[in-house]
Design a protein around this ligand. Sequence first.
Ligand code: ASP
Ligand code: MG
Length: 436
Amino acid sequence: MKIMKFGGTSVGSPQRMKEVAEIVSAEQGKRIVVLSALSGTTNTLVAISEKCAASQKPEARKIADDLKIKYYTFLDDLFGDAPEVKANKEFADEVFDLVDHLIDQNYNDQVNKMLLAQGEIMSTHFFTDYMNMTGRKCEMIMAADYMTLDENAEPSLNITTTKINALLAEVQADVIITQGYIARNASGGMDNLRRGGSDYTATIIGAVLKSEEVQIWTDIDGMHNNDPRIVQNTHPLANLSFEEASELAYFGAKVLHPHCIIPAQLHEVPVRIKNTMDPTAHGTLISAIQGPGAVKAIAAKDNITAIKIKSSRMVMAYGFLKKIFEVFESYRTPIDMITTSEIAVSLTIDNPEHLDKIIAELSQFGKVEVDHQQTIICIVGDMVAEHKGVGSKIFLSLDDVPLRMISYGGSRNNISLLVSEEHKKDALQKLHESLF
Ligand code: ASP
Ligand code: MG
């Protein structure tokens, strides 16, 4: 069994969706096709939800009406004169009636989650009909019937395994279509795997079914060795280990959902990133194999907040870090980077939602300083920290870039630097020149 996931741009126009049908048909054997919503749809649903939250119902309805018109045009192009166009427009009508109904309701978490789910519900419905219409027999299974979260809003692999196997036992077709992103929470309500979560859907399915391969089809020819939007002459990486890919996905490479490598790694299911617009290109193969070569790639993560806690009470004291970490734990705010000296601790977070309260609590331990708009630059490779000369190359090339924090040796695969966002571009370019 292979898992093939197609992102929003890959199904974002009728032409693209037809190409996806070709790519799926070219594979042999049983395969599960995971689809995102058409590109832009989830953003639009978020906008509708935000208007509802702000009690701006007419504005929410206007956005929904405009979206519906776009879907009608999409369906006209996808199905042409075929009778399927009518049935699919009726399906879109049902979805937009539900959206209208949700807008009318008192806003709450379930209204929000139901709204956000509609994109994937539509894309999979249209694609399934298009496949069957063009003689490629396929069936659909609904993500809400198997993808299950636990109390911590993390996927429950056990429950998901049982449920998906029960559904698959009833399926005859070789091609099975399902929604990315959508999940049910521990209380049975509608939920999701957070933005970009369709990749996660694919690797969770891959892991629970112990698939031979998960393919992530996107609009780029793999993970690049630096950010192609900022640096010239980047190139796709043919192979990455699970660890390297995880670090890159977490620290800014936009190609993959930051958590999606975890389930694949758990069951050693290889993940292949492929380009829908160039299906024959090799892409990036992520597997348990650690290839040679010191530095593989550089990635950057923006909107980082750096917090420094300075206190003479820290000298020779024990238990100080524990108290600091407890503050972050109580606000469920993950820490990304951390460095310490004898009288100060610096750390970074990427979710500033509870920042004010965190600062207030930290202030009882010492003087707190906060820097906003920081960027983590992450240099990833095989035992980066143990390769001679890598450190000196990095620091020489960043001679005139102010470094706010440096994290070296935390893992075999990563050196992280914190710079202010204004220096990001310069730093990425200089590192690229010196390391590649
Ligand atoms: N449609 C969802 C999003 O835009 C999930 C995904 O595309 O991966 O975040
Ligand atoms: Mg994506």
